[in-house]
Every structure is written in C-alpha cells, then in structure tokens.
Design a protein around this ligand. Structure first.
Ligand SMILES: NC(=O)c1ccc[n+]([C@@H]2O[C@H](COP(=O)([O-])OP(=O)(O)OC[C@H]3O[C@@H](n4cnc5c(N)ncnc54)[C@H](OP(=O)(O)O)[C@@H]3O)[C@@H](O)[C@H]2O)c1
Length: 295
C-alpha cells in the first residue's frame, strides 16, 4: 500500500508495513491505554525502542510488558508541571536522539469544571503538560525528529475566539465540549507554532485527529454508547494509524505544520486554527504560565 492509498480503514500495522525502525527511539505519552498502547505496540513491532510515558511507573512498566516492546518506562503526570519537567529532563538524560515525540495522552469533556493550578484541567493536561514536555526535551529531538500532537476533530467546538485567554480556568463560563475543544485547538496551534520555530532545522511538528474510537477517553461521558451510536467508529488499530504514520513514514519527513486525519493532510475545522498570530499569542502565554507554575 502507498501513502496515497491510506485512509479511514488503514491500521497502524499497515502504515508501517515494510518499515524497519531498529535503532530508532520514540516517546509516547499515555502509553498505557487506547491509542497510545497500540501506537507503542506497533512501533515496537517494527523494531523501535519506545519510551513509554504514563502517570505512574507501574502503568508504564505494565504497558511495556503487555506489548512486549523494547521500552523504557517514564513517569509523566501531565497535570503536574513538575512531573512533566522531570520527564523532559529524564528524556534528555537518556542521551538517545528521539525520532518522534508523540503527545498522545489526553482527557475529554469533564462534566464539571475542574480548575487545577488556576487552569481548566483539560487545558493543563492536554496542552500545558505537553508544552512543557516538548519544549524542555527539544534538545533530545533527533536532527530529523518529529513532534506529533494529538488533537481532535472536536477542536471545532472551541470558542469562536479560539482560545479564551480570559477564561483559561474555565471558571467564568464552563461547557465540557467547549473546553475540550479549546484544549485540542491549542494542540493544533502549538504544533503550528512549533513547525514555525523548527523551520530550517529538518525537524517537523504536525497535529493529528485519530478518528472516533471507543476507548477509555469516554470515561467522563454519562452515556457513551448513546453518544457514539450516531458516529462511524474506527477500531483502535485504525485509530492509531494516523499518528504512527505521521511519526514514521519516510515520505512525510519534510511535511510540517499540517493537520492530518484518516492518514492524509486535511483542512482544519475552526476559523482560528490557521491563525498564526493566535498561535504566537498562545505560545507566549504558555511560556508565561509555565514560568509561574514551575517557580
Ligand atoms: N478516542 C477518540 O475517539 C479520540 C478522538 C479524537 C482525539 N482523541 C485523542 O487521542 C488521544 C488518545 O486518546 P485515547 O482515545 O487513547 O484515550 P484513553 O484510552 O483514555 O487514553 C488516554 C491516555 O492519556 C493518559 N492521561 C490522561 N490524563 C493524564 C495525565 N494527567 N497525565 C498523563 N497521562 C494522562 C491516560 O492515562 P490513565 O489511563 O492513567 O488515565 C491514558 O494513558 C487523546 O489525546 C485524545 O484527545 C481520541
């Protein structure tokens, strides 16, 4: 199968068929569940070393054991800036060039506002935690390394302004999908700004929508089966395909700043997703927040 033939039904094994990833190193956050677990399994199947990040050492070690990959467990609690910073430091200290950092972990649509360290927990976990991990481990990224940010088609549910900088805590006005959408729009804007900052280096950054897949992500939804019943679902192997493709496919080595879905470059779904000024503003605000949070 060729790149142009990949689509909705393609699996992570299919996008890596014939690829030899021996000698390569990948970081996968949220490696113990759903798409992260499958991503780690398939990277390992193709011979890669995987640094599997989870909230606890036990979860990471268990996932590595379950998938049988050549892996190193890493603790990374993304809602704790100090933990994200320690994880980044540990990646750098391992001394192996990272071929791709796959920012996969996430939480979705918490029914009630959960403000942590002054931020909506989804924004803190999905965006700020990964922002710290990426920016503070960037020295470990291989010369042709890739950053893959898991976003979601739900970024279209972000507020019309894109990012509500005056409501990052969610306390002024909270709606579960709006705040999840905002965090996933932040993932896209962050990938775009990273792509800009990495211009000329040979390193890339892209965002991915994996599809709609029945995983533990629905843990905060009251009646998930009802919600999913009207949608065309992917299996977990299909859901992991786009992120594995973007992290590994040789033909994508110089593709950067894009949004992928169904294993292809796609248009983003929100007016503000291509707003370069907003991406810059988010980057500056994230730096400022991180400085405060890790003081
Ligand atoms: N499934 C879908 O339909 C879908 C659609 C669009 C986008 N996505 C995106 O795809 C990514 C993977 O989702 P999934 O479906 O595989 O969900 P999942 O099965 O719930 O896995 C999410 C992973 O993130 C981890 N995680 C959550 N909070 C964390 C924190 N504070 N610190 C560190 N890790 C944390 C979870 O760890 P624990 O198990 O310890 O909680 C788990 O390993 C997410 O970014 C999600 O937004 C998924």
């Amino acid at each position: 199968m060729q790149l142009q033939d990949f689509g909705f039904e393609t699996t992570a094994e299919q996008v890596t068929e014939g690829l030899d990833l021996k000698g390569k190193t990948y970081v996968v956050t949220g490696c113990n569940s759903g798409l992260g677990l499958e991503t780690m399994r398939v990277l390992g199947l193709r011979g890669a070393h995987v640094i599997g990040a989870a909230r606890t050492q036990e979860k990471a070690a268990e996932a590595i054991k379950a998938t049988g990959v050549d892996g190193t467990p890493l603790v990374c609690e993304l809602s704790d800036p100090k933990s994200a910073r320690a994880a980044a430091k540990a990646i750098v200290a391992m001394g192996k060039p990272v071929d791709a950092l796959i920012c996969n972990a996430g939480i979705m649509a918490l029914p009630e506002p959960r403000t942590t360290l002054g931020l909506d927990l989804q924004f803190l976990t999905n965006h700020i935690g990964h922002f710290i991990l990426v920016t503070e481990s960037i020295d470990a990224l291989a010369k042709d390394g890739r950053i893959v940010m898991l976003s979601s088609g739900a970024h279209r549910m972000a507020p019309s302004a894109g990012i509500e900088f005056d409501n990052l805590s969610g306390e002024r006005d909270y709606a579960p999908w709006k705040m999840y959408g905002q965090s996933k729009l932040a993932n896209i804007l962050c990938a775009k700004q990273l792509a800009k900052r990495l211009e000329g280096t040979g390193q890339t950054a892209n965002a991915v929508h994996p599809g709609v897949i029945r995983t533990n992500l629905v843990r905060h939804i009251e009646n998930p089966d009802e919600m999913l019943s009207s949608m065309t679902l992917k299996t977990i192997p299909q859901g992991a395909a786009t992120q594995v493709l973007v992290a590994t496919h040789p033909e994508l080595s110089d593709v950067t700043g894009k949004y992928f879905a169904d294993c292809q470059v796609k248009e983003t779904l929100h007016d503000q997703a291509e707003n370069a000024e907003l991406a810059e503003e988010l980057w500056a605000k994230s730096e400022q927040l991180v400085a405060q949070l890790t003081d």
